[in-house]
Ligand binder design. Structure first.
Ligand SMILES: [Zn+2]
Length: 170
């Protein structure tokens, strides 16, 4: 039996390999505890995923095969666009939805938890990382992210159509 974490709970955790840094940042923004590791070798990644109860997220087919052999929960990401990649991840974790920002969001740089620290002059809420101190707010970048996340959500609500749309729109 594979130890499969439940992604619908906020406790779902990921270990993302060196090829997928942008995906690691998105998972953190969505509130998932996500380690991004571009240093460790395959054996170390497999051991870390197992020891920390994380989904290993990789685009490396060989690493994916090894994870299956060792019964480490893993997700092979095969598509190119971020939207399709996120859909692949959440559909393979049997999730029907992705969490809404900013309830449990994490620092996209270091994976630290965020807290509501202060307001900007324009009354926009600033969120600060408990770990590295970096500030975040819902600027223009955030608008693009909400579009991306809502598109992924639509694909998840209709998985059959979602599969057809994989990489069809870049
Ligand atoms: Zn941080």
């Amino acid at each position: 039996m594979e130890n499969t974490p439940d992604v619908t709970k906020s406790t779902a955790k990921f270990l993302v390999d060196g090829m997928l840094g942008s995906i690691a940042r998105k998972l953190r923004i969505l509130g998932f505890d996500t380690i991004y590791d571009s240093e460790s070798n395959d054996r170390q990644l497999l051991a870390m995923a197992r020891e920390t109860g994380r989904y290993l997220v990789t685009s490396d087919h060989e690493l994916f095969i090894s994870s299956k052999r060792l019964k480490v929960a893993s997700i092979l990401v095969t598509s190119r666009s971020e939207k399709s990649r996120l859909f692949e991840i959440f559909s393979k974790t049997k999730s029907t939805g992705i969490p809404k920002f900013p309830l449990a969001s994490r620092c996209s740089v270091c994976n630290g938890e965020l807290f509501e620290s202060r307001m900007r002059e324009d009354q926009m809420q600033i969120y600060t990382c408990k770990n590295c101190g970096k500030d975040f707010w819902h600027g223009s970048h955030w608008k693009k992210l909400t579009v991306l996340f809502s598109e992924v959500q639509k694909m998840l609500e209709n998985p059959a159509e979602g599969v057809n749309r994989l990489d069809s729109v870049q």
